[in-house]
Design a protein around this ligand. Structure first.
Ligand code: ARG
Ligand code: ZN
Length: 886
């Protein structure tokens, strides 16, 4: 059943044009598909094999004549075809029974499609693979009263009335595209519209379609779209190529959003926002996702993937582009650094564990059973880091040249990751990337997170400082041995007084100021700095210049120096994280000292200095004061006792809350008022720090029994002028386990009972709250009985089940194994409804083999219980089979 990359072969037929006619009916939609096909002369003759899935086939005509065909599994097979021919296929499908949300489905009485990766075959028989690109004409017919808006890709060329209260619309997409980019929407929708003029002077119509009550929540998405259009022109010279660009929001969606050509379909979570219902994080996610989907118009749609093994070609590149977009929109350098730290945090807390677990796969995988399982943080976020390293190696201008060459060379084609890397290198023939290209591409072929161990030796007599580096990469499933990577290491040196030192490497004519990029290529190598007056503190891997684990035996004093002084904000933050991690690991390793507080005086004083620092941004302070997550701490251990990790981290949180009480008070007072609401980085950062202060003040109150801050927090909750402040106050009460939480939660539900996305937050906050004595699982079971709960809606299922299973380790891992049993029940229940969502949930126990007993055996048993189910989807089966194979 596994599909292998090395088995790729070009299609035996090409499809030049597709003319689709839809008669929409939720119970039985008719699809007439008329195509012009042509044999691929490059390939030996073979029968035509069209993919289909859950279709009812009524008719097949070749050149207008009834043709003989046969079914082989899900494929429709036709022999003895001429070199070119017309093929007409008539099928029906059942959108209102489509709970998988792939293909054509109904959400709140509106039709939507999701075709990536292999959903188009649920709409009609087709060569459903990305290297078959065709020109589409689409006619949609439906009841005018029930479905007044009829949308598809491209330009609306005709519309009109039909008998019996029906109407039609005809759309023509001016660009050839693979089937996964097809889209159709029909329903009662309204649009925010904006006409913009591009740099070329060309006019475009931008539209954001939502349900009637949501129009007041579309301004931010529209502004994000306008910014995206402008940014891609300015940074990469890539213009909008369509007269009309549409975004449509649906509340039933498996993923975040989808880049269908000219008709992006979004999860409402990444479109709808106003200050009363959306948090700063929501605003920032909307900006990223709108940008991401818009940037796919070039990196994905104009140039697409040859096959699904190349998925990172478009996803890694497009994540990189959306990260750069969000950074470039920041007015302040410090806000750009904050964005970078947030991105790295996602990579290290989600992708590093993936790379070390049973689902580890290269950025360009070698095989898969179900491609939907490979829309992963490795393909997306690690893929973006690989693109970022290319930019580091060729420089920002060189990278822009590379992008220009890539789109010139491959416009209109379906290509590979090799083609991308080659274009960037060819545009920069004298670069380290061009010189090292074959080795650099190991980032695409080898899975696992490389470990880079550095060691520094100062020679006072010679005034030299030598850094030795050793790189290694652990085995991953199917890859026992790894070859060395090309690792760009941005580095600077600090004096013990914290000042940045000039850098002169052996062989350099003179010293340079600031960060240098060293390019490591061997398993072990040494670099010597000359004219160094005293032992320096090395600041290694600045800006997280490569996705590796850096080991360096920093002393506490050196880390405190970096935390207080590093000019690189990433490493400044990282120094604090290393100190906190060290304290956590020490406390975990010495359970005898259960009553010894984990954090020492020096660390607490360093945190106090950051919190009180007159120059540092609130957003940066909030990041520094956030302790490494339980997941990240667990990754550093060979054997994980999740309850011990949870207890130690909670003890550390309690210590920071109490020891810095007065500082939290001050931070709260200084940051609580941010004026008229705007989701910009500076005021968001202030709200984040004020929110963090409230959490700490409520937590400290829990220990001291003081009632003042919980009371003030409840008042803040009631008075808040925006969702960020309101939700932060609510979180502070809930996460400190205060008695006032219950009334705040009830009130919150009452205010927002008609706002689905806010009710998701309400569920998620409770299911994700810190566990105290095993109280979360019973609460989660209660929440699933709430009238607002529905397991069929992915956002709602995620808000309860995932918030517990995938995001609350201290509550999931119970000595009585009840958390795992709950997990297995939900995986099985969801698998019958929506395999993609089930398979994501199944990933929650990826790291089971690291667990200490009794967790380990109990988790394995729960996974085996899922795997033993008959009729499991390919999606879930692949995940649990790989988990058990570790
Ligand atoms: N291409 C979409 C995006 O990154 C995601 C589509 C996910 N589809 C899927 N079947 N998992 O924006
Ligand atoms: Zn994408």
């Amino acid at each position: 059943v596994a599909i292998r990359r090395e088995d790729y072969s070009a299609p035996a037929y090409w499809i030049d044009t597709v003319d689709l006619t839809f008669d929409l009916d939720p119970a039985k939609t008719r699809v007439l598909n008329r195509m012009r096909l042509r044999r691929n002369p490059q390939v030996a003759p073979e029968p035509l094999r069209l993919d289909g899935d859950e279709l009812n086939l009524a008719r097949v005509l070749v050149d207008g004549q009834g043709a003989s065909f046969r079914m082989e599994a899900d494929q429709l097979v036709i022999d003895n075809l001429p070199d070119t021919f017309e093929l007409e296929i008539f099928t029906t499908c059942c959108p209102n029974k489509n709970t998988k949300l792939m293909g054509l489905f109904v959400s709140e009485d509106t039709f939507f499609t999701q075709c990536e990766a292999e959903g188009f075959r649920r709409i009609t028989y087709f060569l459903d693979r990305p290297d078959v690109m065709a020109s589409y004409t689409v006619t949609i017919r439906a009841s005018k009263a029930a479905y007044p808006v009829l949308l598809s890709n491209g330009n609306l060329v005709e519309q009109g009335e039909l008998p019996e209260g029906r109407h039609f619309a005809k759309w023509v997409d001016p660009f050839r595209k693979p089937s996964y980019l097809f889209a159709l929407v029909a329903g009662k929708l309204v649009a925010r519209e904006q006409r913009i003029k591009a740099r070329s002077g060309k006019e475009h119509l931008l539209q954001v379609y939502v349900r009637a009550g949501d129009l007041d929540k579309t301004e931010h998405a529209m502004n994000s779209l306008i910014n995206s259009v402008m940014w891609d022109e300015a940074r990469f010279g890539l213009s909008l190529d369509l007269d009309r660009f549409m975004i449509v929001a649906t509340s039933d969606f498996n993923m975040g959003a989808m880049e269908n050509k000219g008709l992006n379909i979004f999860n409402t979570k990444y479109v709808l926002a106003n200050q009363a219902t959306a948090t700063d994080a929501d605003y920032s996610n909307i900006e990223s996702v709108v940008g991401h989907e818009y940037f796919h118009n070039w990196s994905g749609d104009r140039v697409t993937c040859r096959d699904w093994f190349q998925l990172s070609l478009k996803e890694g590149l497009t994540v990189f582009r959306d990260q750069e977009f969000s950074q470039d929109l920041c007015a302040e350098a410090s806000a750009r650094a904050v964005k970078r730290i947030e991105d790295v945090r996602v990579l290290r807390t989600a992708q590093f564990p993936e790379d070390a677990g049973p689902m580890a796969h290269p950025v360009r995988p070698d095989s898969y059973i179900e491609i939907s399982n490979f829309y992963t943080v490795t393909i997306y976020e690690k893929g973006a880091e690989v693109v970022r390293m290319m930019q580091t190696l060729v420089g920002r201008k060189g990278f822009e040249r590379g992008i220009t060459l890539y789109f010139e060379r491959h416009d209109g084609q379906a290509v590979t990751c090799d083609d991308f890397a080659q274009a960037i290198a060819d545009a920069n023939p004298d670069s380290d990337l061009a010189r090292l290209l074959p080795q650099f591409k190991r980032w695409y072929s080898q899975a696992g997170t490389p470990r880079l161990t550095a060691h520094g030796v100062y020679d006072a007599a010679a005034r030299t400082y030598t850094l030795s580096f050793v790189q290694s990469c652990p085995p991953t499933p199917g890859q026992p041995v790894k070859e060395p990577f090309v690792i760009p290491v941005n580095i600077g040196l600090l004096g013990t007084d914290g000042r940045e030192l000039p850098v002169q490497l052996e062989g350099d004519a003179e010293a340079t100021q600031g960060t240098r990029t060293l390019v490591l290529t061997r398993a072990g190598e040494q670099l010597t700095f000359v004219n160094v007056d005293a032992e320096p503190v090395p600041s290694i891997l600045r800006g997280f210049s490569a996705p590796v684990i850096l080991d360096y035996e920093y002393s506490d004093a050196q880390l405190l120096t970096l935390l207080a002084n590093d000019t690189d904000p990433f490493n400044r933050w990282e120094a604090g994280q290393r100190l906190a991690l060290r304290a956590a690991l020490h406390a975990i390793a010495t359970p005898g000292d259960a009553h010894e507080p984990p954090l020492n005086h020096a660390f607490i004083e360093a945190m106090r200095s950051v919190l009180r620092h007159p120059q540092l941004d609130a957003a940066f302070k909030e990041l520094v004061l956030t302790l490494p997550s339980e997941t990240y701490i667990a990754e550093q251990l060979d054997v994980v006792d999740p309850q011990r990790v949870h207890a130690v981290r909670e003890a550390m949180r309690g210590q920071l809350a109490t020891a810095l009480f007065a500082d939290w008070e001050q931070a709260y007072e200084q940051n609580r008022d941010t004026g008229a609401y705007a989701p910009d980085p500076v005021s968001s950062g202030r709200r984040a720090l004020a929110g963090m202060a409230l959490v700490n003040l409520c937590l400290a109150a829990r220990t001291s029994g003081d009632a003042v801050w919980p009371g003030k927090t409840l008042q803040r909750f009631k008075d808040a002028g925006n969702m960020t402040d309101r939700f932060n106050a609510l979180s502070a009460l809930v996460s400190s386990g205060h008695a006032l939480a219950a009334q705040a939660l009830a009130r919150f539900h009452e205010i927002f009972k008609n706002e689905a996305l806010v009710i998701d937050k309400w569920f998620s906050l409770q299911a994700g709250a810190p566990d105290r004595g095993g109280d979360i699982l019973p609460l989660v079971r209660q929440l699933m009985k709430h009238p607002d709960f529905s397991i069929k809606n992915p956002n709602r299922a995620r808000s309860v089940i995932f918030s517990y299973c995938n995001a609350n380790p201290g509550a999931l891992h119970r000595t009585d194994a009840a958390g795992y049993v709950f997990w297995s029940d939900r995986v099985i229940e969801l698998d019958a409804i929506n395999p993609q969502v089930a398979a994501r949930l199944a990933r929650a126990l990826d790291r089971w083999s690291k667990l200490a007993e009794p967790y380990r055996s109990a988790a394995r048993e729960a996974i085996a219980r899922v795997a033993a189910r008959p009729d499991l989807s390919k999606d879930t089966l692949e995940v649990v089979t790989r988990a058990l194979a570790i």
